[in-house]
Design a binder for this molecule. Structure first.
Ligand SMILES: [Cu+2]
Length: 174
């Protein structure tokens, strides 16, 4: 792991307890086994309810990085977002949305099942040169992550953060 990545990861995890104290957030100590994972991060939604569209591009750089752009997104709680994700690269990618905990667990599972294809409603495949869409309602104040879980792609840079807040201003909404 690159030192910068370690620092960023540390900062993000450090934010979680602080957010839990701001009111609507769910305590990190809540018993997750009793909750639907989708209730915890929001849930899939209908096209008709979309109030914001966010374009994300996926690209591979000459230096060997694979990147989501943008890789940090603020969303106002309650917003139903249509993600329009375009893969301008030469290899297939995916967009997987989840909590930090869930993604860590999922990554471990993927490593032991490398041939598994995603059927999760919080994930979408983006074949090379194509555009895919995912509609999601962000109903909980929380920090989420989006990653490409294809082997080696996170390590090449394919991860970003989504901060769902109750007071996102115009300047931070992007
Ligand atoms: Cu990828």
């Amino acid at each position: 792991m690159r030192p910068l990545l370690i620092i960023i990861t540390y900062l993000l995890f450090g934010l979680l307890p602080a957010l839990a104290g701001t009111g609507g957030a769910i305590s990190p100590h809540a018993d997750l086994s009793k909750k639907s994972k989708h209730n915890f991060i929001g849930h899939p939604s209908d096209d008709a309810l979309v109030t914001r569209e966010i374009e994300i591009s996926v690209k591979e750089t000459a230096a060997g990085y694979m990147l989501f752009e943008p890789d940090a997104i603020y969303i106002k709680k309650g917003t139903t977002v249509r993600f329009v994700i375009t893969n301008t690269g030469a290899v297939d990618h995916e967009f997987y949305l989840g909590s930090f905990d869930e993604i860590q667990q999922h990554e471990r599972w993927m490593r032991s099942h490398p041939d598994m294809a995603h059927v999760d409603r919080n994930a979408v495949a983006i074949p090379a040169g194509e555009t895919a869409e995912l509609v999601w309602q962000f109903s909980v104040e929380t920090n989420l992550e989006f990653v490409c879980l294809i082997d080696g792609h996170r390590e090449a840079g394919m991860w970003g953060v989504i901060i769902v807040h109750d007071h996102v201003s115009g300047s931070t909404a992007r």
